[in-house]
Design a protein around this ligand. Structure first.
Ligand SMILES: [Zn+2]
Length: 67
Protein backbone atom coordinates (compact mmCIF):
# COMPACT_ATOMS: atom_id res chain seq x y z
CA UNK A 1 0.00 0.00 0.00
CA UNK A 2 1.17 3.51 -0.84
CA UNK A 3 1.52 6.05 1.95
CA UNK A 4 1.67 9.79 1.49
CA UNK A 5 3.58 12.28 3.54
CA UNK A 6 2.48 15.89 3.41
CA UNK A 7 5.26 18.20 4.49
CA UNK A 8 4.16 21.72 5.30
CA UNK A 9 7.22 23.83 6.00
CA UNK A 10 5.16 26.94 6.59
CA UNK A 11 3.65 25.47 9.75
CA UNK A 12 6.51 23.08 10.52
CA UNK A 13 4.34 19.98 10.17
CA UNK A 14 4.39 16.57 8.52
CA UNK A 15 1.26 14.43 8.17
CA UNK A 16 1.02 10.77 7.22
CA UNK A 17 -1.85 9.63 4.95
CA UNK A 18 -2.97 6.39 3.42
CA UNK A 19 -3.35 6.13 -0.34
CA UNK A 20 -6.79 7.34 -1.53
CA UNK A 21 -7.36 9.52 1.51
CA UNK A 22 -9.73 12.34 0.61
CA UNK A 23 -7.14 14.81 1.87
CA UNK A 24 -4.59 13.73 -0.73
CA UNK A 25 -4.89 15.96 -3.81
CA UNK A 26 -5.86 14.18 -7.04
CA UNK A 27 -3.19 16.00 -8.99
CA UNK A 28 0.10 15.84 -7.23
CA UNK A 29 2.44 18.75 -7.30
CA UNK A 30 5.84 17.47 -6.35
CA UNK A 31 8.02 19.97 -4.68
CA UNK A 32 11.45 19.91 -3.23
CA UNK A 33 11.64 17.76 -0.10
CA UNK A 34 13.14 20.69 1.79
CA UNK A 35 10.44 23.09 0.67
CA UNK A 36 7.54 20.79 1.35
CA UNK A 37 4.79 19.15 -0.68
CA UNK A 38 3.30 15.68 -1.13
CA UNK A 39 5.53 12.63 -1.31
CA UNK A 40 4.56 8.99 -1.81
CA UNK A 41 6.27 5.93 -0.35
CA UNK A 42 5.75 2.23 -1.07
CA UNK A 43 5.35 1.29 2.59
CA UNK A 44 4.63 2.81 5.98
CA UNK A 45 8.14 2.22 7.30
CA UNK A 46 9.72 4.41 4.64
CA UNK A 47 7.04 7.06 5.02
CA UNK A 48 7.69 7.27 8.76
CA UNK A 49 11.44 7.48 8.15
CA UNK A 50 10.86 10.35 5.73
CA UNK A 51 8.77 12.17 8.31
CA UNK A 52 11.57 11.83 10.83
CA UNK A 53 14.12 13.07 8.32
CA UNK A 54 11.95 16.04 7.42
CA UNK A 55 12.95 17.74 10.67
CA UNK A 56 9.47 19.13 11.22
CA UNK A 57 8.39 19.80 14.79
CA UNK A 58 4.85 18.46 14.46
CA UNK A 59 4.41 14.97 13.05
CA UNK A 60 1.03 13.29 13.10
CA UNK A 61 -1.21 10.74 11.46
CA UNK A 62 -4.13 12.03 9.44
CA UNK A 63 -7.35 11.95 11.51
CA UNK A 64 -9.40 11.22 8.37
CA UNK A 65 -7.74 8.07 6.99
CA UNK A 66 -6.01 6.97 10.24
CA UNK A 67 -2.91 5.38 8.70
ZN1 LIG B 1 -5.49 11.22 5.34
Amino acid sequence: MIYWVHIARSNDRATLHRDRCSEVPSTHVYKDFWEGGWFDYPDKERALAAMEQSGTTYQKNCPVCKP
